[in-house]
Design a protein around this ligand. Structure first.
Ligand SMILES: [Zn+2]
Length: 471
């Protein structure tokens, strides 16, 4: 592992003072900041019907930047009773393409934010204390901005790629993923890319002092599945309690799930990921990561990893109760009790097998199962050498030559799952950088380091020129 002091003070930036940097922002950087500000300040959250407004803005920027109508496809969808849109943009190969296309993902929607719970108004881009604050500054308006701004930059420079580059922006990644599913199917039928690169995952991990520790490439994501478990009962008057009770029966089932340990799972990707993470994680946790990477049968290591929330999901499937509702009256025996159980399923295991495992654990046919999430299973992706090499070049150009790049499996879901499910290697290689737990994505006071914002803009520029540049 190479330790890179002061991540963002790349060679080029070492001499410039912050004030000088601000004044010396290039025209491109100023344009990118403007796109970012406009995108963050459009409240593209569920129930606001604002995604079309962001689409209109991006389309007008693209047309001003030289993209033709025929290079832009806006699609209309309905998600959760609300109109959302998807946006696809082609940067076409010069002449006959010599390589298969590359698809680039990001999403335009955000998880909503309640202004009175934030320190600053969440739908205004506020630059303060070295951060950009606002909903979506990390997840995922930065991805949208860096991809669109890079296309505009390349177009302005007259870049002539040897393959089609296609940006695919979904409009409901945080909710129904209806636009995502349609775009993925369209992509398979009409684009058939060599692979898919996702700006909504991956990035540079910093220590608390802002030093670059490693670059994570998301090569897999666990399958997100949610079940409702329901126990029904004839009920009756609460003054005449019986042995059978819907709430107790459901509680027994949940206690079984709580105690159940899913089989230990590992893959070349998760072992590589734990081996690299273990090398820089102090204490017993680091030791356990290394031990497990070396031997996935190491019981002691498994126990340590499964006891720590940050690694609990790396060695297999997890399922946890998240919601409960039961009963209909204070003085009546409950006729129905329902629990929501959210699972993060290890790639390759499958939703049906997980449901069966839970049923076997509970051993009570009186507990009815209903799958309430409608997502897809996605296998692990291969990591094409040319992409890993291009990421390395981008990091070197940002002053992080030799930074450890390691693959990771995320427990959270992204649009990428639909492309993996259709057989496309999908890599999360975002250009962002963050300190541990410093983005607050989905949470209060979401932020992005200002230096990371500007530093990451070159990320996609260098990667796309490397992957699509004529030899
Ligand atoms: Zn996201």
């Amino acid at each position: 592992m190479r330790f890179i002091p002061g991540l963002l003070l790349s060679a080029a930036l070492l001499t410039a003072t912050p004030m000088a940097l601000a004044e010396e922002r290039t025209a491109f950087e100023r344009q990118a900041r403007e796109i970012y500000q406009t995108a963050v300040e459009i409240r593209t959250a569920k129930g606001q019907s604002k995604v079309p407004e962001l689409v209109d803005y991006l389309v007008s920027e693209l047309k001003t930047g030289g993209f033709a109508d025929s290079d832009i496809l806006v699609t209309d969808h309905e998600s959760g009773g609300e109109p959302v849109q998807g946006l696809m943009v082609w940067y076409r190969a010069e002449g006959t393409a010599s390589e298969k296309p590359i698809v680039l993902l990001a999403h335009m929607d955000v998880v909503d934010a309640l202004p009175d719970t934030w320190v600053r108004y969440p739908f205004e881009l506020i630059e303060e204390d070295g951060y950009f604050f606002g909903r979506g500054t990390a997840d995922n308006k930065y991805g949208v901005t860096s991809l669109i701004a890079t296309f505009l930059r390349l177009k302005a420079e007259g870049f002539k790629p040897n393959r089609d580059l296609v940006i695919v922006l979904s409009g409901d990644e945080e909710t129904g993923m209806i636009s995502t599913r349609a775009q993925a199917e369209y992509t398979a039928a009409n684009i058939d890319p060599a692979y898919v690169l996702n700006a909504d995952a991956g990035g540079v991990s910093l220590d608390m002092d802002g030093n670059a520790l490693f670059y994570g490439v998301q090569g897999a994501e666990k399958t997100y599945a949610t079940f409702e478990l329901t126990v029904s009962n004839p009920g009756g008057h609460s003054s005449a309690p019986r042995a059978d009770n819907a709430i107790y029966e459901l509680a027994d089932a949940l206690k079984q799930i709580e105690a159940y340990k899913f089989p230990v799972m590992s893959s070349p990707l998760t072992r590589a990921s734990l081996k690299m993470a273990g090398a820089q994680t102090p204490g017993d946790l680091g030791k356990a990561m290394l031990a497990f990477a070396d031997n996935p049968g190491d019981e002691a290591a498994i126990a340590v990893l499964r006891a720590d929330p940050s690694t609990a999901g790396t060695t297999g499937t997890t399922c946890v109760a998240t919601l409960l509702r039961a009963g209909h009256a204070e003085n009546a025996l409950p006729q129905r009790a329902t629990a929501t159980v959210n699972c993060r399923i290890f790639p390759g295991v499958g939703i049906a097998a997980t449901e069966q495992a839970l049923k076997d654990v509970i051993g009570n046919e009186g507990v009815a199962f209903k799958l309430i999430s409608d997502l897809v299973e996605s296998p692990e992706s291969e990591l094409p050498d040319e992409v890993m090499a291009a990421v390395g070049k981008a990091l070197a150009a940002r002053g992080m030559e030799g930074l450890t790049i390691f693959p990771s499996m995320s427990s959270g879901g992204t649009d990428g799952m639909f492309y993996r499910n259709l057989g496309y290697d999908t890599l999360g290689i975002g250009g962002g950088a963050a300190k541990p737990n410093d983005t607050f994505a989905h949470g209060l006071n979401e932020r992005m380091l200002v230096d990371a914002f500007y530093g990451g803009l070159d990320h996609w520029y260098i990667i796309l020129k490397d992957l699509a540049g004529a030899d």
